[in-house]
Design a protein around this ligand. Structure first.
Ligand code: ZN
Ligand code: ZN
Length: 433
């Protein structure tokens, strides 16, 4: 089985930006462009639309009337620090954050074709154009053509339909089987942000979080979550204010007390326990057994050789109390490489043991890779899309986890925290001895 981590080309490319770094800039710019007189629609394409972990530059398409001054207004946007090119149908600028943005004016009748073309990926588009050829059709950014006649292209769906396919969600467009699935009518119904009912990994100021328990609860509630697991670090992670067992027991009491008061959200009692170098867990069974869930993770000995690292994690997952393996590959994008671990064995262990694997939504992590999400799905291992929030703003990261999950073909039923509380409790209790 081939495992794709990132497009090799991108690794050697110019600076790339984490998707969460650019999202606020992109959203403000889109809002601004929509207010320009004569602009009928604005759409973002490229890797950003495909929810890539990082983006190199940004492609925006605009449909506008003839008399529009959209190119002038684009160049005059507040956040623009450099105008690289300014034409009548195409301009490129650099935003204050360093990101290059390309704006293209397209005809309404070509919008779908242009969106399809500029969204990519390249591998997907090559396959689509080849299929067009087999149907006697020429597919380009202006439309779908039979000889000189335009037969489709105003909407993306029309482009796919012209070659007998249903519309393919952008996150799947990597030529990893999505075209065959569209042909067979078996495309996944991808998970949506609103499908998440709760979050199973969050910190408060009891360990290294920046907000109080009460503040985190309020924020989770505002975000629309029905349940929230509080999972502080364990004692060994001193640098992150890890809890000794007596402190964890005190927090358990505090959560019990809060749950009496809370009407519309339920707190779950958990821990993010250190997986020690030998694979044992940094907390006694007696205390772990009192929790609703145990998240295990590693924050040390990243450099162990692959057999030792894999053995360490597998041993931890075999523990009597072990619910979720958090941020399994432990990379930080552009900061720290992933640990060396045989993820196929880890996923198999989760299946055999009946525990779960996390997709950590922190934009620095986005840990699992999309490809591992897909393997977990194929193996029937449920994934937990967690925020790992360390402050009240942290829940906003869940959207990036969902984006990554969509790239990994995950549907609502593949994700444990889409379950209502009762069902979730059952699934967690199976992992707790
Ligand atoms: Zn962690
Ligand atoms: Zn954490």
């Amino acid at each position: 089985m081939t495992i794709y981590n990132a497009d090799i080309a991108d690794i050697f490319n110019e600076k790339r930006y984490k998707i969460a770094e650019v999202a606020p800039y992109v959203e403000s710019l889109m809002d601004y462009l929509k207010t320009v007189c004569g602009v009928k629609s604005v759409a973002v394409a490229g890797g950003y639309r495909r929810s890539r972990e990082t983006v190199g530059d940004l492609d925006i398409l605009v449909v506008a009337g003839n008399d529009t001054a959209v190119m002038e207004r684009f160049a005059a946007y507040d956040d623009v620090v450099d105008v690289l090119a300014k034409g009548t149908t195409r301009s490129s600028v650099v935003l204050r954050c360093g990101l290059q943005v390309n704006l293209r004016l397209v005809a309404a009748e070509s919008l779908g074709a242009a969106l399809q073309y500029f969204t990519g990926s390249q591998a997907h588009n090559i396959a689509i154009r080849q299929m067009g050829g087999q149907h006697g059709l020429k597919i380009n950014e202006y439309g779908v053509f039979k000889f000189e006649e335009r037969v489709a292209g105003d909407s993306e769906a029309s482009v796919y339909q012209a070659i007998g396919l249903s519309w393919i969600p952008p996150e799947l467009r990597e030529n990893r089987g999505e075209i065959e699935a569209a042909q067979a009518g078996s495309l996944p119904q991808l998970i949506e942000p609103a499908d998440l009912k709760g979050d199973l990994h969050a910190h408060t100021d009891w360990s290294d979080g920046g907000n109080t328990l009460e503040e985190m609860v309020q924020s989770a509630r505002d975000y629309g979550l029905n349940y929230l697991a509080i999972t502080e670090h364990s004692d060994r992670l001193k640098i992150a204010g890890g809890l000794e067992s007596s402190r964890l027991l005190a927090q358990i009491d505090e959560i019990d007390r809060l749950n009496q008061e809370l009407a519309d959200i339920t707190l779950l009692k958990g821990i993010e326990v250190e997986i020690l170098q030998n694979g044992s867990l940094d907390m006694s069974d007696e205390v772990l057994g009192r929790l609703d869930l145990v998240i295990g993770s590693i924050h040390s000995y990243f450099g162990l050789p692959i057999d030792k690292q894999t053995g360490r994690i597998l041993r931890a997952m075999d523990h009597k109390y072990f619910s979720i393996l958090a941020h399994p590959i432990n990379r930080l994008i552009d900061e720290r490489p992933p640990i060396e671990v045989e993820m196929l064995k880890v996923i198999q262990k989760a299946k055999d043991r009946g525990c779960y694997i996390e997709l950590n939504s922190n934009p620095r992590r986005l840990d699992l890779y999309d490809t591992y999400c897909r393997i977990a799905k194929d193996e029937g291992v449920l994934v937990a899309i967690d925020s790992d929030a360390h402050s009240v703003d942290g829940f906003n990261h869940l959207r990036y986890g969902v984006g990554q999950a969509r790239r990994g073909w995950l549907e609502k039923d593949d994700v444990i925290n889409t379950r209502p509380l009762g069902e979730l409790r059952k699934l967690l209790s199976q992992t707790m001895g």
